[in-house]
Each structure stands twice: as structure tokens, then as C-alpha cells.
Design a protein around this ligand. Structure first.
Ligand code: NAP
Length: 285
């Protein structure tokens, strides 16, 4: 029986990235639907849950993606609520690679280390990846702060993350190099999660900062998010500060994304959101 993966994408065009990784994760066919909303998803879910019976159902799976985390989360919840009894298939949420990218980055930082009690600052932590990374740091017992170009947006996103993960998160202003330097002054961990091709932290903010122990940057396009941290860095030691760049994290991110797809076809009951994906990332890191 063919393994069918259905992408429910909240964007106007379904993601090519998620399509390719769907095949690489073991799907025989990947079908992307664009502009999927809680209002129009019902018939799509019915097509997944009523067409195959018993164990055959595990050969159908749903991936919820798109660029908007809040829309993705709402759609993911709608899909799960639609299931009942045996009428369900495995489902994964990874809007903009949020869960897999953030989980890979934080899991690499946490590998062999206890992050409990460390101060973690997620720069530009209002996007899908940053919001998930902040949640994972909270799960590790860190004291978490996110920055944004406006303090108000940082505080709003901090509230959403705090509610989602049952943790406490602070929001700080981060519109300029000076504000971001101030935000990381007492940090032990800096995780840069800004938009592609945007530098957020000058080298002078971290190279002589005695508090900073770990650095991670998920932006792969120059200029790098953290000046002086290279895309290929994977545990590189900069005078006692350990750094991971976007490609250093990206390898695990891709393996993790593929593994989640593979696992979805092993049962019809899998749900893969932040907690499940982070647990898997920690096993794989
Ligand atoms: P995003 O939503 O595009 O951006 C994150 C935040 O960056 C935004 O919420 C915004 O925060 C801030 N920002 C936007 N433009 C800015 C500018 N010109 N100057 C300063 N800040 C700016 O990002 P995302 O989807 O969460 O992804 C985060 C990063 O991960 C991206 O660089 C993406 O390319 C990368 N990524 C990497 C991988 C990998 O495997 N390495 C996989 C997926 C994604 P405020 O408006 O609140 O300031």
C-alpha cells in the first residue's frame, strides 16, 4: 500500500521544502494543499480518515505547515479535534520549520549539558522558530527572554509562549545593536532567530562577555545573525564559548524532519508537535 502524505499549508502556495522532505522521509506520494484553514479543512481530513481501514490507515499522514505559526497551530488543533475513535491518522505541525529547526538547535546546545537555571536570550524571538526555541529553553528550566524590534511585540509573543509551554518568559527591546547587546549582557545562552540575512548581534557583544557560554544562529544567509559565528559551526569553540551556526544545526533539523515523517507512517495515532519533536531531537542530537 502506498504511503500518502498530505500537506495542509496555510500559505497561498504549498511549501516545496516540505514536499521534498516528505519524499525523503519515506512518503510514496506528497500532495500539497494551499490556503488551508480551519473552515475548509474538514473534507480534506475526511479524505484521509475514511479511505483506509485498520492497519492500512497508518499509510496516510498529514503535515501542517505554512509561514504563520498561529494559523498553523489553529489548523493542527482543528485536525486533531476532527479525529474520533479509530478515524484518525498521524499528524505533524512544523510551520516554517519551527519545531524541527528550534528543536535541533536547542537539543544540540543541551547535549551533554544541564541548561537548568541558565539565562537564555532568543534574539528576534517573535518568529515561528524563535517562539519554539524559547519554549524549549523553558522546558530545560532556563530563565528565558526574547527580543523584538518593539518591546510590545516581544511581550505579546512572550505571553503566547508562556501560555503554550506553561513557563515564564520575558520580552525585551531589541531594535538596535545597542539594545540587543544590552539584552544579552547577562545571558549564558544566545539563540539568534531573526529573519533570513539579518545580522542581529555584533561580535563585540559576545566575544569578551564573560557570561556567554553558548551561541546558536539559525540564519543561513549572510550576513549571519551573530557576527563571528559561521554557518558551518557545529560546537566550535571560540575561546571557551561554544557556537552552532545555521548549517551546523540544519543537518540535524533535516534528519529530524525526515524521521518525523518516517515515524508518522508507523502508526495512525502519532501527533508530532513541539514536545514530541523536541524529545526526538534530544535522542538524535
Ligand atoms: P521570521 O519569522 O522571518 O523572522 C523572525 C523575526 O525576525 C521576526 O519575527 C522579526 O521580529 C525579526 N525581523 C524581521 N525582519 C527583521 C529585520 N530587518 N531586522 C531585525 N529583525 C527582523 O523567521 P522564522 O521563520 O522564525 O525563522 C527564523 C530563522 O530561521 C530565519 O533566518 C530562517 O531562515 C531560519 N531557518 C533556518 C533553518 C535551518 O535549518 N537552519 C530552518 C528554518 C528556518 P520583530 O518584528 O518582532 O522584530
Amino acid at each position: 500500500m502506498k504511503k500518502l502524505l498530505f500537506l495542509f499549508d496555510t500559505d497561498p502556495v504549498p511549501s516545496v521544502f516540505d514536499t521534498v522532505v516528505g519524499y525523503d522521509g519515506g512518503a510514496d506520494s506528497v500532495t500539497g494543499y494551499a490556503g488551508v484553514t480551519p473552515e475548509n479543512v474538514g473534507a480534506l481530513i475526511d479524505g484521509c480518515i475514511y479511505t483506509r481501514g485498520g492497519k492500512d490507515k497508518q499509510n496516510t499522514a498529514i503535515f501542517v505547515g505554512g509561514g504563520n505559526m498561529a494559523k498553523g497551530e489553529e489548523l493542527y488543533e482543528t485536525v486533531k479535534k476532527h479525529f474520533f475513535g479509530p478515524f484518525r491518522v498521524s499528524v505533524m505541525l512544523d510551520s516554517n520549520g519551527s519545531n524541527t529547526t528550534a528543536a535541533a538547535g536547542v537539543a544540540l546546545l543541551a547535549k551533554g549539558r544541564d541548561l537548568k537555571g541558565k539565562k537564555a536570550v532568543v534574539l528576534a524571538g517573535t518568529g515561528p522558530v524563535g517562539m519554539r526555541a524559547a519554549g524549549f529553553f523553558g522546558m530545560e528550566g532556563c530563565d528565558v527572554t526574547i527580543t523584538s524590534r518593539t518591546k510590545e511585540r516581544a511581550e505579546q509573543a512572550a505571553e503566547v509562549i508562556a501560555k503554550r509551554f506553561g513557563i515564564s518568559v520575558s520580552g525585551a527591546a531589541g531594535a538596535t545593536d545597542e539594545e540587543r547587546t544590552e539584552a544579552v549582557k547577562d545571558a549564558n545562552i544566545v539563540y539568534s532567530a531573526g529573519a533570513i540575512g539579518v545580522q542581529l548581534l555584533p561580535k563585540s557583544a559576545w566575544e569578551n562577555n564573560p557570561n556567554i557560554e553558548l551561541l546558536a544562529d539559525v540564519n543561513a544567509q549572510p550576513p549571519m545573525g551573530i557576527e563571528g559565528v559561521e554557518a558551518m559551526d557545529k560546537g566550535k569553540d571560540y575561546d571557551g564559548k561554544i557556537a552552532y551556526g545555521a548549517l551546523g544545526i540544519g543537518g540535524l533539523k533535516l534528519k529530524l524532519h525526515r524521521e518525523c515523517i518516517t515515524k508518522m507512517f508507523e502508526s495512525s495515532e502519532g501527533t508530532y508537535d513541539a514536545e514530541e519533536i523536541y524529545a526526538l531531537a534530544k535522542e538524535m542530537a
